[in-house]
Design a protein around this ligand. Sequence first.
Ligand code: DGY
Length: 324
Amino acid sequence: MMKTKRVFLTRILHDFALKELKKQYEVEVHSGKIPIPRKKLESKIKDIEGLICFPYDVIDSKLLENAKNLKIISTYSVGFDHIDTKYAKKNKIRVGYTPEVLTDATADLAFSLMIDVMRRVSEGDRIIRKGNWSQIYGAYDYIGTDLQEKTLGIFGLGRIGSTLAKRAKSFDMKIIYNNRKRVSKTKEKSLGVKYVTFDKLIRQSDIISIHVPHTSQTDKLFDKKILKKMKKTAFLINTARGKIINEKDLIEALKKKTISGAALDVFESEPIGKNHPLTRIQNITLAPHIGSSTKETRVKMAEITVKNLHLGINGKKPKYSVGY
Ligand code: DGY
């Protein structure tokens, strides 16, 4: 069989996924600098029918203007804020993404970050590694905060937010949420959550966990003004997108103890290096964008990424499709 359709991947994917793609398409994988240099992507996009990309690849309209043959952009992520989906739709380029399969993994990470920062686990690890654990078991040593009976405020009650609520319920937490649209009473009841306005969520929560996409409405939403409204004892958890928080304002809030702590899996710009100002703050846990990073989940994401690509390149709607 002559392979006429060309697929380009901006980074290596699992072997099984590449094998599957190579059965039907002419496949090229970018190796070398990550993210792929813009110029290279600009030149590749001209000839291909299918693109597999990652959440840090900027797939904007300027790039897509040259994508004359492109039928499908299949991103290996649930987030698609890196893709100009409006332009893609207008130009009949389908966009596939990978929701559902990473819901548990991401909710688990949000929950573990919450426990970590509230019980100061990573902070303790840093103390030991620096050789600063000098006395055992003092009444006031390394005091954390209980989760039980605390109010968890979930910002965005989609798949991941809802799954986090289930985790929190079994830890006897009170759960409030804010979402663009209030969910059904049945869902509220089964999850044990109460709808509140955004302002109440900010003021009443002992912990706020962010689970909304990054859009023009959520860009830098958590800024000085919002952080100031939070309880002094509160924690902020972000496993969604870094740009939802104004990092400079968060650093100041943590230094001044405007809030008690934070745990971040995502950052304004990634990766962050060891000299980033966030690394000099103690009341924060940092993770290198690992929300979906379990072996089981990443395999499922690769399967869906390939499936979405197959469907889209053949003129069909991807299994998980943005737009059309
Ligand atoms: C995604 O899939 O968008 C997540 O950020 C990965 O952890």
